[in-house]
Design a binder for this molecule. Sequence first.
Ligand code: PEP
Ligand code: MN
Length: 339
Amino acid sequence: MIVILKPKTPKEQVEEVIDEVAKLGYKPHPIYGELQTVVAAIGDERTHHTLESLIVLPQVERVMPVQKRYKLASRESQDGDTVVDVDGVRIGNGHFALMAGPCSVESEEQLLSTARAVKARGAQILRGGAYKPRTSPYEFQGLGKEGLRLLDVARRETGLKIITEVLSERDVELVGDTADILQIGARNAQNYRLLIECARSRKPVLLKRGMSERIEEWLLAAEYLLANGNPNVLLCERGIRTFETYTRNTLDLAAVAIAKKESHLPVIVDPSQGCGRADLVRVLCRGAVAMGADGLLIEVHPHPAEALSDGQQQVDFEVFSRLVEDLPPFLAAASRTLA
Ligand code: PEP
Ligand code: MN
């Protein structure tokens, strides 16, 4: 931390700041300028008491952190990119993952036909919500346990790995029995009890960015998973809420580039929640790959018009085919390979 004192602060007031810095567990290093004094506080800011409260002293002009608040999620903590191994499907460090399937698991026919279609077109991982976080309590809430059973049937038949959302810390064990990847949704992005419980499961976790979550907060949420012993973390950009009304959310592709720069963790893009419009999913997939994403999470439905959730943003098999056919030059340009 750097503590900047106001110009012409008398010596005894500088001493007061130095004493406070030492009291809070840091080694103070005063730097006396002609006009202004700066006190560098040496110590690990991530685990020490924060010095930001020193701003209440009248002689303090500003307190500036030097270190990032996340440690394990940061590139500083590890050389090279993390590879998350999802039961044999590797994601990260050049390995690109295609995850696709319906927003919600609705029926055996709907799920299995989608699983077969996305597998035939190159997906390695099947998505499908059994427990749905719906804005209204009157909307379809998911099939629950029956949805998990159907996901299991789809895995056995197709060999696809399964990603599905866990809504509550009470369900982590149950959902983890079926899921190869636990999805933490945007609405739970900062539910720290749930994050800790998912970390304990040691299952790979896909952590969505909250709809009004800053990148730093998103990385700190990932830090909860890492600090609680689970290194298998996938970050997922799924759009943030802005003033724009042409899209459901604003897909923040700059956040993908920033997350890749700041963190060694793989970054997945969900263009479906990201814009809320089926007609834009295809171009957003190209954009996401070009920006350096390590995977895509795409909503695909046999008859989007009949979907029980998010029908407006789900692509049909035809559009999914075309979207996948688009990807090779973008993957090559980003040095990614689809297993
Ligand atoms: C979903 O993937 O269907 C979903 C509910 O996602 P999000 O948490 O990003 O809204
Ligand atoms: Mn959805």
